[in-house]
Structure formats: structure tokens, C-alpha cells
Ligand binder design. Structure first.
Ligand SMILES: *Cc1c(COP(=O)(O)O)cnc(C)c1O
Length: 455
């Protein structure tokens, strides 16, 4: 089926997740694309391609939308944590912290990145369904909150923390049993998910943690999935979470934190219509406060963990077009200088994207093409059936909404180095991550002695 994927410059300034392009996207006097005041073709020239570009204004506007909406719609305290697995770096951690956010991490690497960027441990939460001793110790030493996912976490903490030590601050993660419509790999709320305690186990877990000296249960956590366009699952979640909150408090835990996870979707193609950040927060805040008043519970501090909706639409990837293959009576392939190593989402989740030629974004399209990556997999296709003006080798192509789960999921497949990453604002671009070189990939490569030719 041929699907047209027309490029559009949206200016939904209030809720950047509802735009395909960063909110600072504009045309110069020659009709060429600029983002953050920087001409995209000049960025490609200056830094080379493929290149990840992030627009600072879009990230800050998304943070502000979450922060201000909680202030407006939730009468209690709140804290937004950026889910750093979407795109983790010193610069982004520092940026979201400057917006008053905390950070959610799932590994020693992400934890170290957040700490080194200057975020105090108190504003970090550690997730993971198989945490190592090192991860738990580093989180504990830095006073981060640990989200207990399973019995193994409890057993390890009991080992690490001695009788007279400070107890660890913990939250219990459970599977809420909510089905939502998203790709099965990014669904987490259904009962047979690998994450969190089964709700039927919770009473046992509460009883086990009742009088222990190594852990203070301060909160509850649940996350239903990612790239979600519906609001109803969040209303259902509020009911389920406040039931557990009541049980925990009845048993005697001073539970004050409810963490409802992340999951708000973004617009990748023009047919996507995600709710705004404002509507998402309003729904979550209202359903939690309504459920609390109905169940006669004092309002908890409300936490959430957006990743994609903070950073996806701030990002784009620039590629140079190379070869072309016209199959008689068939497809036209246009190949670019990156692919599944810098964007594994199409081959993993069949994700759709929007693209355009950066110097002729609005030119009339005169062909329908398939944009292929350069890797040795037939499935390494970035976009299918894209309407583009005719292009030639060397033209710069932009793929939009690549700020989340691209760099963070990138690989060196085919020994292709990772792209550089730059952040743009007010006409200025700054490097956030150096481009890898083929030499870098050999740094960890060893030739054992007996393979070295003698003589
Ligand atoms: C992935 C994840 C998030 C962020 O999800 P988004 O869809 O990127 O907002 C938040 N919390 C947890 C526990 C996650 O696993």
C-alpha cells in the first residue's frame, strides 16, 4: 500500500510532541530549512553526516509544558523525572535538571552520566528488572531512590546494607494489568510483562518489608508502556495505584510518592495525533486527585517519567544521499550514509518517519521513493513510499523526530561508527557527542599473541 508522508512544518508551540519538526523550524529567504536558527545544510557541511541535531528550545518547551501543567492541574507536590534511556548524555541531563527535573536511569552508565552532569542523587531514581550489585551500591551511596522490581532486588539490598546503615529509599514497582495499544515490544503494563511485582504478590512484599532496617518504602511505581495515544489507560492506572496506596498505608508504610511512569506518544507522521502534554498531565493529575478524595487518602507527591515526549521531536538526523537504484516497473531506492545503526526503530518496531530534502523542503514532489540505509540487511530501510522532489547524490536529507531512542539504541553494526550529535539554539551549534571514527572501534579489539605472525 502506498502511504504518502507529506512533510509539514507545525508550530504547535505549547506541546512540542504534537509537531513532526522541532518548534524552531523555519525557512530562510531561499526556502531552505533552519532549526534553532541554524541552516541544516550548513550543519551537515560543518560536522559531516550522518548527524544527530537536537533543538534546545523544543526540549525546554516540553519540560516547561510538563512542569507548568502539574502546577496548574495537581493541587499536591509533584516532580517530573526525565527517562534518560530515551537519550542520555551529560548535556541533556544538565539541561533537564536546569528545568527542575529529576532523572530516571536504568543502568550504571546512565546513573554515572546523571551524577557526572551534576544532578544530586536525591533527584535520581534507579530502575531495572535485573540490577547488579554495582548499580545498587552506586545508587545507594548517592542517595538515589531505588525502584524495587523483584525479589532479587530485595535480596541484594539486604546483603549490601548493614544493620546500622541508613536504609535505602525505595519504591515498589508493580504490573498494573493494563492493556494499551502500542507495539508489543514497548508495552509494559500487561500482567505477563517482565517488569515489576505481580499485583497479587504485593501484600506479601509489603509484609516482608514491614520492619526491615535496610529499606524505607516511600512510594509506588507503575508504567504502562510507550508511544501511547490514549488517555483512558492513565485513568484506569490512577484507580489501581490508589488502591495499592491505600493498602500500603493501611499496613503502616508512610507512602507519599506515586510514580505513574511515562509513555505519552509523539507525532512521527502526519496521521499521528497524540494528546498534548497539557491534556496528559491534566488527565493524570485529575484522576489521581479524584481517586484519592473518593478513597479518603491524603494527596501523594505525584511523579512521572516522560522520555520520548520530552526529546523525540527536538531531534532530527541529517544524511547525505548517495546511490540510487531504479527497478524497472518497481521501486526506487535512494540510499543514505547511515541507517539501522543510527536508527534501529524501523527494523525493530516497523516505525514510520517523515523526511525531506533540507534545501528544498516544500518543493513539489515528483517521485515516490524508498530511503534505504547502507547496512547489509534488506530490512535496513528508514522510510517507505516517501514523496520527494528528484534528488541527486550529495543532497542532504533530514529525517525528523529522531531525538528519542535513536542515539541511545544505536549500534556499530557493520563496524559503522556512531554519528556526532550537536545541540542548536539561537543560531549557534555546539557538539554534544564526538563522531566515532573507525579507529575508535578498534580500540577494544585485541589480536591474541598466538595469532601474531612470528618472524
Ligand atoms: C521507558 C520508560 C519510561 C519512558 O517512556 P516514554 O515512552 O519514553 O515516555 C518511563 N518509565 C519507565 C519505567 C520506562 O521503562
Amino acid at each position: 500500500m502506498s502511504k504518502s508522508r507529506s512533510f509539514e512544518i507545525n508550530q504547535n508551540l505549547a506541546s512540542p510532541n504534537r509537531n513532526i519538526t522541532p518548534i524552531t523550524t523555519e525557512l530562510d529567504h531561499l526556502g531552505r530549512l533552519k532549526v534553532g536558527g541554524c541552516l541544516l545544510s550548513e550543519l551537515a557541511e560543518q560536522y559531516g553526516t550522518p548527524l544527530y541535531v537536537l533543538d534546545e528550545t523544543t526540549i525546554r518547551r516540553s519540560c516547561e509544558a510538563y512542569r507548568e501543567s502539574f502546577r496548574k492541574f495537581y493541587p499536591g507536590e509533584s516532580l517530573v523525572l526525565y527517562a534518560s534511556k530515551a537519550n542520555s548524555s551529560l548535556c541533556i541531563s544538565n539541561l533537564v535538571a536546569s528545568e527542575g527535573f529529576g532523572i530516571d536511569v536504568v543502568s550504571e552508565g546512565e546513573l554515572l552520566t546523571a551524577l557526572r552532569s551534576g544532578i544530586p542523587g536525591e533527584k535520581i531514581v534507579l530502575h531495572g528488572n535485573n540490577k547488579s550489585i554495582n548499580e545498587l551500591e552506586l545508587a545507594y551511596k548517592n542517595k538515589a531512590t531505588i525502584i524495587l522490581d523483584n525479589q532479587h532486588d530485595i535480596d541484594l539490598l539486604r546483603k549490601i546494607i548493614k544493620e546500622n546503615d541508613q536504609p535505602a529509599k525505595v519504591m515498589l514497582r508493580f504490573t498494573p494489568g493494563i492493556e494499551c495499544h502500542t507495539h508489543e515490544y514497548i508495552r509494559t503494563g500487561h500482567l505477563d510483562s517482565k517488569f515489576g511485582f505481580d499485583p497479587k504478590e504485593l501484600i506479601k512484599v509489603f509484609n516482608q518489608l514491614k520492619d526491615v532496617s535496610f529499606a524505607n518504602v516511600l512510594g509506588l511505581h507503575a508504567h504502562i508502556g510507550s508511544q501511547i495515544f490514549e488517555l483512558t489507560p492513565h485513568i484506569d492506572l490512577a484507580d489501581i495505584m490508589t488502591d495499592v496506596l491505600k493498602k500500603g498505608r493501611d499496613i503502616g508504610f508512610p507512602i507519599n510518592d506515586l510514580n505513574v511512569g511515562g509513555g505519552l506518544g509523539i507525532k512521527y507522521v502526519s496521521s499521528d495525533d497524540p494528546p498534548s502534554i497539557q491534556d496528559w498531565v491534566k488527565t493524570v493529575a485529575k484522576s489521581i486527585s479524584d481517586a484519592c478524595s473518593k478513597k479518603n487518602l491524603s494527596l501523594p507527591r505525584l511523579l512521572c517519567e516522560p522520555g520520548r515526549s520530552i526529546i523525540a521531536s527536538a531531534g532530527l538526523t541529517l544524511y547525505k544521499i548517495g546511490s540510487r537504484k531504479d527497478i524497472p516497473n518497481g521501486k526506487t531506492y535512494i540510499s543514505v550514509d547511515g541507517g539501522m545503526s543510527d536508527n534501529p526503530r524501523p527494523i525493530t518496531y516497523q516505525s514510520n518517519y517523515t523526511a525531506c530534502l533540507v534545501d528544498r523542503p516544500l518543493a513539489k514532489s515528483d517521485e515516490v521513493v524508498t530511503i534505504a540505509g547502507k547496512h547489509c540487511e534488506s530490512g535496513d530501510i528508514l522510510l517507505k513510499n516517501v514523496h520527494l522532489p528528484s534528488s541527486s547524490s550529495g543532497d542532504v536529507l533530514s529525517v525528523f523526530a529522531t531525538g528519542a531512542y535513536n542515539l541511545s539504541m544505536s549500534s556499530n553494526y557493520n563496524r559503522i561508527p556512531r554519528p556526532a550529535s550537536v545541540i542548536v539554539a539561537n543560531g549557534e551549534s555546539k557538539m554534544m557527542q564526538l563522531r566515532e571514527l573507525p579507529e575508535d572501534l578498534l580500540r577494544y579489539d585485541l589480536l591474541p599473541d598466538r595469532f601474531i605472525a612470528k618472524g
